[in-house]
Design a protein around this ligand. Structure first.
Ligand code: MLT
Length: 330
């Protein structure tokens, strides 16, 4: 009996060593095939634009193509579910954001994942100021005028967003809550298509990320009334701050971050992290992000551990905002 036990232990130990060897070898060989990058929203929107920009450079470092898949649904949370059921080998990764990996926790009691437990953070990709924009033909020329208009027209006003819990939803939810208005929300598969409809004059307003707003504002196809910040954005210096426009409570910035499935070997996460850092250090990528108004993160948030702590703080930060709004997905 004792001999059997000893044999069994020796067998398990041999298996464990062989297993560790396999994991290390797998990590070293990674990637052995194209990497799929899940984008939770429609093509052409801010998450998609940032993901493609970074993914294109990461492919060069990794030596394998990075294929973008717009896995749209459930305000971006479907892509998180996809990541959870993907093999933890680094060949499927995800760009999540303030909505999918922070605000959704308080908004959605049925959220199918726990952002801090169910994923392996790779690194923060960018931060992004939020702007309040209206259709070009809107009667309001300033934020102050828009506030007066919205209070008088909240029953008919249309507020586009990318689904309950998305960044465009939660940030305008903050704005609407500060004002005490409940306009008509119009959901889209992402702010790419929402912006198309804003440009076409089919909706009244949209709270959106710099990446989507800056090109349209420069082209003069929309009217941007405020940046939700204390300071004007250097890339759109003519747009006043929310404080200048009389709504100082509307202050918010958002972020995109990269995740791999939980249990991805640390050496694989490290390779993804190195490729992400190389992309963000590249002058071309950096320049394009800055032109679009996206900021490259501080070094600590480029590390998986730093990102994990940051997301924990963001989940806490959004909880009272969501509570005050009274909105909850049932
Ligand atoms: C997008 O890429 O369409 C946006 O990030 C969606 C959102 O507003 O959260």
């Amino acid at each position: 009996m004792k001999t059997m036990t000893r044999l069994a232990i020796a067998g398990f130990a041999a298996l464990a060593i062989a297993g560790a060897g396999t994991t290390a070898a797998q990590a070293q060989a990674f990637p052995t095939k194209p990497v799929t990058m899940l984008i939770p929203f429609a093509a052409g929107g801010p998450t998609d634009v940032v993901g493609r920009l970074v993914g294109e450079h990461m492919a060069r470092t990794l030596g394998q193509p990075v294929i973008i898949e717009n896995a749209v649904g459930a305000a971006g949370t479907l892509a998180g579910q996809r990541l959870m059921s993907s093999a933890p080998d680094g060949h499927v990764i995800l760009i999540g954001h303030t909505g999918t990996h922070a605000a959704a926790v308080s908004l959605n009691p049925n959220l199918k994942y726990k952002p801090l437990e169910d994923f392996a953070p790779v690194g923060l990709v960018n931060t992004n100021p939020i702007f309040l924009t209206v259709k070009k033909t809107h009667p309001s020329q300033t934020l102050t005028e828009f506030v007066t208009w919205l209070k008088a027209n909240e029953k008919t006003a249309t507020n586009a967003h990318a689904g309950i819990g998305s960044v465009s939803h939660t940030t305008c939810l903050l704005f609407n809550t500060v004002l005490g208005v409940k306009p008509n929300g119009v959901p889209y598969r992402g702010t790419g298509p929402a912006m198309t409809d804003l440009v076409a004059g089919q909706i009244d307003y949209l709270c959106d990320q710099a990446v989507n707003v800056a090109p349209q504002e420069r082209a003069g196809t929309i009217r941007t009334l405020a940046v939700a910040s204390d300071e004007r954005a250097v890339f759109l210096p003519n747009v006043p701050t929310s404080t200048e426009g009389g709504v100082p409570g509307f202050k918010v910035a958002v972020w995109n971050a990269m995740f791999a499935p939980k249990d991805t070997p640390p050496a694989v996460v490290a390779k993804l992290n190195q490729a992400l850092k190389a992309a963000l250090a590249d002058a071309g990528v950096k320049g394009k992000l800055q032109e679009l108004g996206a900021d490259v993160p501080v070094p600590a948030l480029l590390e998986p551990a730093g990102l994990r702590g940051f997301i924990g703080a963001e989940i806490e930060k959004w909880a009272p905002i969501i509570k005050a709004s009274g909105v909850r997905i049932e």
